[in-house]
Design a protein around this ligand. Structure first.
Ligand code: AAO
Length: 512
C-alpha cells in the first residue's frame, strides 16, 4: 500500500510498458490501411505461424470522407465520432478480427486519435464514414456528442489558432495541429468520452493503444484518461493486465517537448532510431556501421524499456511527420532489409515492423506530390483486398514487407534470442560489423564496397547453421548459405559486397 502510493507519485502504478504479447513473441506489425477481414485472415494464415506478437491497425473510428484530394489515407486522422466504421470495415468485422487474432495469440493495438476531431475546413453534413452528421465550423459532433465547449479555442494563444511555433509548449498542446479541432482534454466530460471509446475497445479485446499526436496533449491530461481505463478482457489476458500504451511523441532533439515528459504514461515512439539508422546505412554524414557498437541509449535514445522503435512509419515513409530524407523504406529495399534486420537483431526497444501499400510516388522539386494517395482501392472507393500470390508475396499493390523472407525470418530470430545479451561485437572500423545474442543467434553485415572474409567468435554451439537471410531451414535442409561454427564458437563468414542481401543471420532454431 505504502509502496504503491510511492509508486503512484512517480506514475508507475498505472503506466503500462508491457506490450502484452504472448511469451516468445517480441514484435508487432503495422498493417497500414488493411481491412479488418484481411487482418483476421493474416493473423491465422501468417502472423501466428511466424511468431508475430500483434498488429497495429489504422484508426477504427468514424472519420470525415475527404474528396479533395480524393480519399487520402490521412482522412482517417480526422475523427467525427467513436463509432466503429471506417474504410477498413464495420463493427461486426472489427469484433470478428479481434476475436480471431486473439484466438491465435496475435493481439490488436489500436491507433487512438484522441487529441482532436476533423479539420476546420471539413465542412458540414453527413459525409463521414458511418454517415453521422457533423459541422466543423460550429464544432458540433452530435454522434459523440461534442460541442463548441469541448474544444481549446479559448486557451490557444497563437495568432491563427494553429500551432505556429514548436518552441512554445502551450501552443503545441493548446492550439490546432494543422487546423485539426483541438479537444479540451482538461475537461472531465471530454476525458470521459475518450475513455468510454477506449474502454469499449478494451471490452472487445484489444491489447493496447498507439496514442496519436501525444505530443499535442498535456502529459497529465493523457494520464487522466488512462486512469479511467479498464483492465484487459480476461477472455484472453490475465486478470489485472493493463493496456499497452505507446505515445507518438516526435522528439528529434531541439524542441522543448521531450519524449521523457511522457514516461509516466507508458512508452514513447523513438523517432531518432529510424532517422539515425537510415543515416548510418546510407553512409551519410560520415556515419558508418562500426559506430553502431553502442547503439541505443548510447546514441541519446530514451531507455530501452520506454522505447517503441521502427525503421519507418506511415508518415515518414512518405515525407510526413519527421525524420527527413534519411528514412529507409521499401522503395530502397536492399538497404531497408539491412536496417530492419539490424533492428530485429539488436536488443534495444520494442520493435514494430512496417507493412505498406505502394502508391504512385512522384517527386516535384524534391517533394512527393502523391504523398496523400490512399490505399489500393476499387472504383467505388472501397479498399482492395490483400491478394496473396503463389510465392507468398502480396498482390494488388500491398507491399507486405512483413512477408519478405529476410524480414519474416528476422522476426523469428528476435523471438529465438529473446532475453539473451548483446555480445561478441566485431567491426572492421568501417561498415563490416557482426554481433551476437548470447548463445542463441549471430548476425554479420557487409555494407562496405568490398568483399568480406572474416573469422569471428559467434558465441554459438558448434554445428552447421542455415543462414535465414539467403534462405531458410526447410525440413532438414537449408535453402540458403550454410555456416559452420567450430567447437570454440568461431566461424568464417564471406559476404560479397554485390550480394543480393549483404548480410547473414544464424540462430539455434535454424541449426541443421
Ligand atoms: C491534413 C492536411 C493538412 C490539413 C489537415 C486538416 O495535410 O494540410 O490542414 O488535414 O484539414 C495526418 C497527416 C496530415 C493530415 C492529418 C489529418 O500527416 O497531413 O493533415 O493526418 O488528416 C506533427 C505531429 C505528429 C503528426 C505529424 C504528421 O507532432 O503528431 O505532424 N503525426 C500524427 C499521425 C499523422 C496524422 C496526425 C498525427 C494527425 O501519425 O498521420 O496526420 O492526427 C516537427 C515536429 C513534429 C511534427 C512535424 C510535422 O518535426 O517536431 O512534432 O509532427 O514537425 O509538422 C525536422 C525536425 C522535426 C520536425 C521536422 C518536420 O526533422 O527535426 O522535429 O523537421 O518539420
Amino acid at each position: 500500500m505504502g509502496i504503491c502510493f510511492l509508486l503512484l507519485i512517480v506514475g508507475v502504478c498505472w503506466a503500462q510498458y508491457d506490450p502484452n504479447t504472448e511469451a516468445g513473441r517480441t514484435s508487432i506489425v503495422h498493417l497500414f490501411e488493411w481491412r479488418w477481414v484481411d487482418i483476421a485472415l493474416e493473423c491465422e494464415r501468417y502472423l501466428a505461424p511466424n511468431g508475430f506478437g500483434g498488429v497495429q491497425i489504422s484508426p477504427p473510428n468514424e472519420n470525415v470522407i475527404v474528396t479533395d484530394p480524393w480519399q487520402p489515407w490521412w482522412e482517417r486522422y480526422q475523427p467525427i465520432s467513436y463509432k466503429l466504421c471506417s474504410r477498413s470495415g464495420n463493427e461486426t468485422e472489427f469484433r470478428d478480427m479481434v476475436t480471431r487474432c486473439n484466438n491465435v495469440g496475435v493481439h490488436i493495438y489500436v491507433d487512438a486519435v484522441i487529441n482532436h476531431m476533423c479539420g476546420t475546413n471539413a465542412g458540414a453534413g453527413d459525409h463521414a464514414t458511418c454517415g453521422s452528421y457533423f459541422n466543423a465550423k460550429t464544432e458540433d459532433f452530435p454522434a459523440v456528442p461534442y460541442s463548441g465547449w469541448d474544444f481549446n479555442d479559448g486557451k490557444c494563444k497563437s495568432r491563427s489558432g494553429d500551432i505556429e511555433n514548436y518552441h512554445d509548449i502551450s501552443q503545441v498542446r493548446d492550439c490546432r495541429l494543422v487546423s485539426l479541432l483541438d479537444l479540451a482534454l482538461e475537461k472531465d466530460y471530454v476525458r470521459s468520452k475518450v475513455a468510454e471509446y477506449m474502454n469499449y475497445l478494451i471490452d472487445i479485446g484489444v491489447a493496447g493503444f498507439r496514442i496519436d499526436a501525444a505530443k499535442h496533449m498535456w502529459p497529465g491530461d493523457v494520464k487522466a484518461i488512462l486512469d479511467k481505463l479498464k483492465d484487459l478482457n480476461t477472455k484472453w489476458f490475465s486478470a489485472g493486465a493493463k493496456p499497452f500504451i505507446y505515445q507518438e511523441v516526435i522528439d528529434l532533439g531541439g524542441e522543448p517537448i521531450k519524449g521523457s515528459d511522457y514516461f509516466g504514461n507508458g512508452r514513447v515512439t523513438e523517432f531518432k532510431y529510424g532517422a539515425k539508422l537510415g543515416t548510418v546505412i546510407r553512409k551519410w554524414n560520415g556515419e558508418k556501421m562500426a559506430y553502431l557498437k553502442n547503439w541505443g541509449e548510447g546514441w541519446g535514445f530514451v531507455p530501452s524499456d520506454r522505447a517503441l522503435v521502427f525503421v519507418d512509419n506511415h508518415d515518414n515513409q512518405r515525407g510526413h511527420g519527421a525524420g527527413g530524407a534519411s528514412i529507409l523504406t521499401f522503395w530502397d529495399s536492399r538497404l531497408y532489409k539491412m536496417a530492419v534486420g539490424f533492428m530485429l537483431a539488436h536488443p534495444y526497444g520494442f520493435t514494430r515492423v512496417m507493412s505498406s501499400f505502394r502508391w504512385p510516388r512522384s517527386f516535384v522539386n524534391g517533394r512527393d506530390v502523391n504523398d496523400w494517395v490512399g490505399p489500393p482501392s476499387n472504383s467505388d472507393g472501397s479498399t482492395k483486398p490483400v491478394a496473396i500470390n503463389a510465392d507468398t508475396t502480396c498482390g494488388n499493390d500491398w507491399v507486405c514487407e512483413h512477408r519478405w523472407r529476410q524480414i519474416k525470418n528476422m522476426v523469428i530470430f528476435r523471438n529465438v534470442v529473446d532475453g539473451q545479451p548483446f555480445s561478441n561485437w566485431w567491426d572492421n572500423g568501417s561498415n563490416q560489423v557482426a554481433f551476437g545474442r548470447g548463445s542463441k543467434g549471430f548476425i554479420v553485415f557487409n555494407n562496405d564496397d568490398w568483399n568480406m572474409n572474416v573469422n569471428v567468435q559467434t558465441g554459438l554451439p558448434a554445428g552447421t547453421y542455415c543462414d535465414v537471410i539467403s534462405g531458410q531451414k526447410e525440413d532438414d535442409r537449408c535453402t540458403g548459405k550454410e555456416v559452420h561454427v567450430s567447437g570454440d564458437g568461431m566461424a568464417n563468414f564471406q559476404i560479397s559486397n554485390n550480394a543480393e542481401d549483404p548480410f547473414v543471420a544464424i540462430h539455434v532454431n535454424a541449426k541443421l
